[in-house]
Design a protein around this ligand. Structure first.
Ligand SMILES: Cc1cc2nc3c(=O)[nH]c(=O)nc-3n(C[C@H](O)[C@H](O)[C@H](O)COP(=O)(O)OP(=O)(O)OC[C@H]3O[C@@H](n4cnc5c(N)ncnc54)[C@H](O)[C@@H]3O)c2cc1C
Ligand code: SF4
Length: 471
């Protein structure tokens, strides 16, 4: 396939302005822009874009409906496959999914499917029609209530999706969430300027209106065990507990004050509302120079957040080159526009401090060798190329693993050596009646992949409960 053309930039807050606030950066399409973009879709017979979407959204159909029947119909089509379109329209890596395989992308710019999805979902949220669930979503088309109960562990995209699909299928669903609020990474990880909390709240409200109960501050594996959930009458359990345990570099000095995991840093900002400064006084002391290690979405979010909290200089240190950076194109572009400095092909080897606080970072330059197991060229240290920079804060964003609390406290639940739950093709775990999906199965991945797994698990749970004797 020919090289993908870069997307036309979207109207957004100017960089000099937005680094001083936490408001959303891209504005989204207005009606004229949305209809103009919708006109570009060829409604291809084979629709490769649908295959490129992990939840198989009927893309040409919703685009056609937007042009011919209006947003309400387009939204209904979107929602038939995607329970969280306003979120996906904002955070999905479309350039490596639906838009990557869009036929128009061979010679021109692909259809901006994500932006159209956001437009439709936002219009509906604005009209507050989301609050009144359409007849298709509500009791009319829902199966008769089966009397069967399903417990969902975790309210991230995997859990929310599984819960919504199961509720629509007529099951009584309760989500158990460890934190005091819903959304998983969508709330405590992704910053306000990329995904406003209001949008998330509206999407979660929709799921509640499908009949899903949400029980917060409930840590499964501690407050209640999986066995106790079965004893309480749940006949199947879906585990979507994510991968919230940060990885560290394991280099000298990493225990100094001023060294955060991106997870801790972003959680403090998001859950303790530092993004609403100065009304909320959150204890995130960052100083003038912040270094973020890593180049995924998490790293871009941490770097752009540090900038908004007042850091003068924010540097991303990454051991590979630009080509291998895993973040979404748009996040990298926005970070650059906001003045984030990229020190690529460099890797930290030690941190130094004074009075217990980090003050310096030693790095070594890297070069790329042969491809490794991940298909990317392996970074190799260049001997004798070490250099030192002064730092006030270091944020480590090199990946997350599953938190072992639930898996270690659940008997007969098979896991990989790295902590992920082992599932079969149907998302079924080694324990009867227990299914799992999302980051806890794959390791840190994407919102839409977690949703895809939640959907598949919901189908399997439905089949399991329908076939279960005397259940
Ligand atoms: C900062 C950041 C930015 C990201 N940006 C993007 C992006 O732009 N695009 C993209 O596609 N992906 C992005 N991702 C990745 C994406 O958010 C995750 O892949 C996705 O959220 C995984 O969904 P999940 O439902 O499996 O888990 P999570 O979202 O992690 O949700 C798991 C939930 O389970 C709860 N939980 C955990 N253990 C228990 C327990 N024992 N009992 C009860 N509840 C429990 C957690 O509190 C959490 O709420 C980003 C990730 C981060 C951290
Ligand atoms: S591949 Fe592109 S042009 Fe074809 S139907 Fe999908 S979005 Fe439209």
């Amino acid at each position: 396939m020919a090289l993908q053309k870069k997307k036309t930039p979207m109207r957004s807050q100017r960089p000099a302005e937005r680094i001083n606030n936490f408001s959303e950066v891209p504005y989204g399409y207005n009606q004229e822009e949305a209809l103009r973009e919708a006109e570009r879709c060829l409604h291809c017979a084979k629709s490769p874009c649908i295959t490129g979407c992990p939840v198989s959204v009927p893309i040409p159909q919703f685009i056609k409906a937007l042009k011919e029947e209006g947003v309400a119909k387009a939204n209904q089509i979107l929602k038939s496959k995607n329970n969280l379109p306003a979120i996906c329209g904002r955070v999905c890596p479309q350039e490596s999914q639906c838009e990557k395989v869009c036929i128009l992308g061979v010679k021109h710019e692909p259809v901006a499917i994500g932006r159209l999805e956001r437009y439709v979902a936002d219009q509906m949220l604005e009209q507050d029609e989301q609050a009144t669930i359409t007849m298709q979503d509500s009791g009319k088309e829902r199966a008769a209530l089966s009397g069967k109960r399903v417990a969902v562990v975790g309210s991230g995209p995997a859990g929310l999706t599984a819960a919504a699909d199961l509720a629509r299928a007529g099951f009584a669903v309760t989500i158990f969430e460890a934190l005091h609020d819903t959304g998983g990474v969508l709330r405590y990880g992704i910053p306000e300027f990329r995904l406003p909390k209001k949008i998330l709240d509206q999407e979660v409200d929709y799921i509640k209106q499908l009949g899903v109960e949400i029980c917060v501050n409930a840590v499964i594996g501690r407050s209640i065990t999986v066995d106790e959930l079965f004893e309480q009458g749940y006949q199947a359990i879906f585990i979507g507990a994510g991968a919230g345990l940060p990885r560290f570099m394991n280099i000298p000095g990493e225990d100094l004050n001023g060294v955060y995991s991106a997870n801790e840093f972003l959680t403090r900002v998001n859950l303790m509302k530092a993004y609403k400064f100065p009304q909320y006084k959150t204890p995130v002391k960052i100083g003038q120079t912040v270094v973020v290690v890593g180049a995924g979405n998490v790293a871009m979010d941490a770097a752009r957040t540090a900038k908004r909290l007042g850091a003068e200089k924010v540097v991303i240190v990454y051991r590979r080159s630009e080509q291998e950076m895993p973040a979404r194109d748009e996040e990298i572009e926005h970070a650059r526009e906001e003045g984030i400095i990229f020190k690529l092909l460099n890797n930290p080897v030690a941190l130094f401090g004074s009075d217990g606080r980090v003050t310096k970072m030693e790095c070594i330059r890297m070069e790329l060798g042969q491809e490794d197991d991940s298909g990317r060229r392996r970074p190799i240290p260049v001997e004798g190329s070490n250099w030192v920079m002064e730092v006030d804060t270091v944020i480590v964003a090199i990946g997350q693993s599953p938190n072992p609390l639930l898996t270690q406290n659940t008997a007969r639940l098979a896991t990989h050596s790295w902590g992920g739950i082992i599932v079969d093709q149907k998302q079924a775990t080694s324990r009867e009646g227990v299914f799992a999906g999302g980051d806890i199965v794959t390791g840190a991945a994407t919102v839409i992949e977690a949703m895809g797994a939640g959907k598949k698990a919901a189908e399997s749970i439905k089949e399991y409960l329908e076939n279960k004797q005397g259940g």
